[in-house]
Structures are given as C-alpha cells and as structure tokens.
Ligand binder design. Structure first.
Ligand code: SR1
Ligand code: MG
Length: 430
C-alpha cells in the first residue's frame, strides 16, 4: 500500500494520459510510434475511477486511475484512494487461476494509483448488451467458470493456511471499500439516509422494508456472514457491470472491492443482477417473453455451471489446502462419503448466495448506486412496477428461504412476482 500525496498526485485527463504513458517505457513500447500519434479517450462510466482508452500505431492500453473521492458524487464524498492497490493485488492473486477470463494487468503505479491493462475490443459491458436485448449465453458460463476457479483456489480447499492468512491480512486492509459495501449494501437501505435514492411511487415499499423486522433479522444474519466468513477471495462487486463481453469472450473487470468473504457473495451478486434484468424487461414496451426466457436460461446456466465446475476443480485438485485433507477420505468409507460432503459444501454456497442476492436487489432499488437496467425504463410508474416486483421476490428470498431449494425454484418464482404491484402488503405472504 502507499500513501496519497496531494502534492504529487496528478489526476489524468484524456489530454495528459499520453504523457503519463510516454514516461512508462513498457507501456509506450506497447503503443508503438510517438506520443503525438496516440489518442486517448475518457470512457469512465463507473462510480469510482477515471478510465481512458489509448490507441497507438502498434497497440492499445486501458488506463484506470483511482480518485480521492467517489467519481459519481464528486469531492463532497471523499474516498481512500488505495483501492487501486487492492484491485492490482486482486488481479495478481487470481490471474493464475482465471487466465483469459480477466484482462491482463500490465502495470500498477502506487504513487499515481494507476493501473494499465489490456484494452478489450470489441467488448461491451454485459449490462449494456442485456439491456439492448442482445443474447450473451457464453457470459453466464464464463463468469461461473471465473467465480468457481477464483473461489476454489483461494479457499482452504486449495491453499495452505499460512498462505491464506497472508492473503486475508492483505485484503483485510481494503477497508474504505468495505465501508462502502457494508453501508450501501447492508445498512443504508433499511434506514433513512441522504444517499438513498427511492423514486416516489416506491415510497411505500421502502417504508415497508424498513419497518419489516423479519427482513431486517434476515439481513442481520447475512451481514455478519459477509464480515466474518473468510471462505475465499471474493471479487466483491461481481455484477453485469463488471463483465465485458463479446458473443464468445468474457472478461471480469473491476476487482477493487476484493475481500476475503463468503464465496456465495459473488454468486448471489451475479444472480441478483440477472434477476433484476429479468424484471426490468417488463418495464419496456414490447413482449418480454423471449428475452425473459433467455435471462432465465442464463441464470440456470450460471448456477449449474458454477456448481459443476467447482466440484470438478475440487475432484481434480491435489488437496494442498488445510480445510479438507484428502487423506481423511482415502479409505472406502471416506470415498463413499466424499461426494455428499462436497455437495453439502456447494449447497451452503448456494444458500448463502440467495440471501446475498436478495440483499443486493434491495440495495440497488431503495439504496444508492441504482442500475441502468431500471433507470432506462421510460415512465416512473413503469419503472416502479418493475422494481416492486424485484423487491417482492427479494423479500421472499429473505423471509422464506425454505421455498427456494434450488435454482429452478428461483426461476419458477420470477413470473409469480412479476405483477407484485406497488402495494407491499399485497404480496406479504408471496
Ligand atoms: C459509491 S460506490 C457505489 C457502488 O458502486 C460499485 O459498483 C459498488 O457496487 C458500490 O457499492
Ligand atoms: Mg464495480
């Protein structure tokens, strides 16, 4: 980690990013030619960082710089800038396992808080593709593969505890972004706070959730899970805005929220955003059935892919982690039991994931950092109807988890909540 020096930190712009790259020989060589032949474009659209794409005669690079405040809010919301260090550390830690499912990181500058990485082209953000109604079936299985590999290999199933605790200690310092997650995901949606954004037709839903002791009790189970279950290195913000895609290539980006937490957090986050895409489609003109069928298929493919790959990676592993010594299960009785123990491990990830999915849905609708899936719906009433439906499912996931034994139960529930409506009492037992 390094210290932010206001005197020496220079915020990059589309005009100055070329000078920065020119002073970094390895990056300059990648672009080729001379700096006056390079073109830089500011393409930032996330909440925290500046992002530039720079093209030269021989190559290109993506430059991401952390800012000492939340970009979308401005300087009134200061933020520790060291999350760039944790993003670089996360990329480096998972790179051997995830390979080409993430962009290659070329460079990290601990003084200017700059990362330079592979420019992805012609990739687009998965969320934008889904919003435009374009199918990306490969993305669901690729992100499942990514999440399963990262979760398995950084957990006690694959890593000796000495190494794991080094990792835990490092990522335990990613405190500023964990403060954002704890507040924005787990706490703020259930209280009145300046940064929450609730559209007026959803006022009754926000009030009902804030008054619902059963919902808050459920959140009180999952919040400590997030804080204490250091199961594996999690991405921490793995949603449809954190994957860049073409029809046959997927890359997971933006690991700055990395943390040692429950593996189900990333799984639930990704499922939650597909679920919200499914409900959001109901707010648009036209017949959503075909689109929704595809999203439902993606949700199924994501979870079944994760489960299948996690178990296969486990079966193929040499078991050097201390969590589950294979020697204990080498005899006939152990071998006979092993399969059910492995399945129980993955089933627990699924149970954790559904709670986190519900909590993520609620935060995106009555908290801060709302998502484009809903924001692009024309007409505030239509948007509210789509969001209310997602909230109704989220509430059910939290207060009646026994109704969701597998992913098919979640998918089957989507149409049941699609017309939940703006009155939260109407679906109280739904
Ligand atoms: C102030 S940062 C808000 C959100 O942006 C990121 O995408 C995370 O989801 C975070 O909670
Ligand atoms: Mg992010």
């Amino acid at each position: 980690m390094s210290t932010y020096e206001k005197r020496t930190y220079r915020r990059l712009t589309a005009e100055t990013v070329s000078q920065y790259l020119a002073a970094t020989p390895a990056l300059a060589a990648r672009l080729g030619g001379a700096p006056d032949q390079w073109t830089g474009r500011d393409v930032a659209d996330g909440n925290l960082n500046s992002v530039f794409l720079v093209d030269g005669p021989e190559g290109s690079v993506c430059v991401k710089q952390a800012l000492p405040y939340v970009r979308v809010a401005g300087e009134s919301w200061p933020l520790d800038i060291n999350h760039a260090f944790f993003e670089a550390s996360y990329s480096a830690r998972v790179a051997p396992f995830v390979g080409r499912l993430a962009p290659e990181l070329f460079h990290f500058d601990p003084e200017q808080f700059v990362l330079a990485m592979e420019k992805l082209e012609p990739h687009i953000i998965l969320r934008n593709g889904l919003s435009a109604g374009v199918p990306y079936p490969q993305a669901a299985t690729d992100v499942a593969e990514y999440a399963a590999r990262a979760a398995f290999h950084t957990s006690d199933l694959a890593t000796p505890f000495e190494r794991k605790f080094e990792d835990v200690a490092l990522f335990a310092k990613n405190l500023a972004l964990q403060r954002i997650s704890v507040d924005l995901v787990f706490t703020d949606p259930y209280i009145e706070v300046w940064r929450n954004k609730v559209i007026p037709p959803l006022g009754a839903w926000a009030e009902a959730l804030r008054a619902d002791v059963n919902v808050k009790s459920a959140v009180a189970r999952w919040r400590p899970l997030y804080l204490t279950k250091a199961q594996s290195l999690i991405h921490g913000d793995l949603h449809s805005g954190s994957a860049m895609v073409t029809p046959d290539d997927t890359r997971v980006i933006d690991g700055e929220f990395a943390w040692f937490g429950p593996s189900g957090f990333d799984v639930g986050d990704f499922i939650a955003h597909y679920v919200m895409a499914w409900f959001a489609k109901g707010g648009h003109a036209g017949e959503p059935a075909a689109y929704r069928a595809r999203i439902a298929a993606d949700i199924a493919a994501f979870w079944s892919g994760y489960e299948r790959r996690f178990l296969a990676i486990w079966d193929a592993s040499d078991g050097v982690g201390d969590g589950f010594p294979p020697s204990h299960f080498a005899d006939p009785a152990g071998r006979a039991r092993l399969n059910s123990l492995q399945r129980a491990y993955v089933a627990e990830i699924f149970r954790d994931a559904l709670g986190f999915a519900a909590i993520k849905i609620i935060r995106r609708i009555i908290g801060n950092a709302q998502i484009a899936d809903f924001l692009v719906i024309e007409g505030i009433e239509r948007r509210a109807e789509a969001q209310a439906a997602a909230l109704a499912l989220a509430r059910s996931l939290l207060i009646a988890p026994e109704r969701f034994r597998d992913i098919a139960d979640v998918i089957a529930a989507l149409p049941r909540f699609a017309t939940a409506g703006l009155d939260p009492l109407a679906t109280r037992n739904g």
